[in-house]
Design a protein around this ligand. Sequence first.
Ligand SMILES: [Mg+2]
Length: 315
Amino acid sequence: MSSEFELIARYFSRQPADDSVQLGVGDDCTLLQPSPGHWLVVSVDTSVVDVHFPAAAPAHAIGHRALAVSLSDLAAMGATPRWCLMALTLPEAQDDWLADFARGFHELCDASGVSLVGGDIARGELSIGVTVHGELPPGTALRRNGARAGDVLAVTGTLGGGHGGLRAWQDGERNLDDPLLAAYLLPQPRIAAGQALRGVATAAIDVSDGLLADLRHVCEASGVGADLDGEALPLAPGLVERLGEEEAYRAALGGGDDYELLVSLPPSAVDEARARLEALGVPLTVIGSLAAEPGIRGVADSIPSGWLHFRGDTP
Ligand SMILES: [Mg+2]
C-alpha cells in the first residue's frame, strides 16, 4: 500500500476553489480566511460501508454521497458551503477504486464551491467521515426551533426516493440512470434552496432520517405539533411502480435518505418561497400545517392500511 502521503498527493491534493485557503493540504493544519463578519457553520457525518451504502456501490457514488450527506446539513441551515475535511478509512488502496472515489468527491466539491482542505487516511473497514464548513451572515441560520403554530409545512422535491433506491439496489438494479437508484446513491443536497429560504422559512431540517422522524425533531425543538396532509406528499417518480402504493407512502414517511428540505413558513410567505425555489428549478410542496397541540396527526386518514404499522412511530 502506498503511504498515506503518496495517496493524498495523488488523489486528494487540488487547487483550492478560491483564495480563502491560505494553506491547504500538506502541512500539520490548514489555514483558512473566513469572510469578514460571517459565522462559521460546521457539521460532520460519517458514512460506513454496508450501513450507509452498499460495499459494491460505484466508488464515484460513494465519494459523492459521503460529501452530499454532510453538505445537506449546511443546506438545512441555509449556509454557503466553503471548505471540507475528509477522514478516509479503507481496507486497501486500489488505484482504480480510489481514482473513481476521488472523482465523485471532487466533482461535488466543484459543483458546490467547496475546497477539500485536509484530511487523513487510515487502514480499516471502509468509512468516510466528512466535516463541512460553511458561512452565514450572523443570525440568519435556519434553525429547527423557529416554527410557530399556524405556519405551513412544506418540502422541496420529492420523498421516498432514497428508500426506493435502496430497494431497487436490493432488487438488483445497477443502472444509476434509474431515478430511484440515483436518489439513493447520488443525492443532491439542496444548497441553493436552503440559501434562498433564509429570511423566509421559520425553521428547516434536511430529511435524512425520514419525514416523520425529522418533522418530530422540528416539532420538539419548536414546541408545536403538526397536521399532515398525506395525500399531498410528493412521491418520488417511479416509487409507486416499484414498491406499490402502500410501501411507497411508507418510504415517503419513514424511509429516510431523501436529503430534501422540510421547512415551516408563515402562510403569507409561501408564494415568495415557491417563487424563489422555482427560479432554481426546485419544486416546493405544502404538506400540512403546524399547530399548538403537540403530536403529528392526519396521515393515517389518507394512507393505505399498511400505514397502521407505522403508528407506533408517531407520538
Ligand atoms: Mg440534518
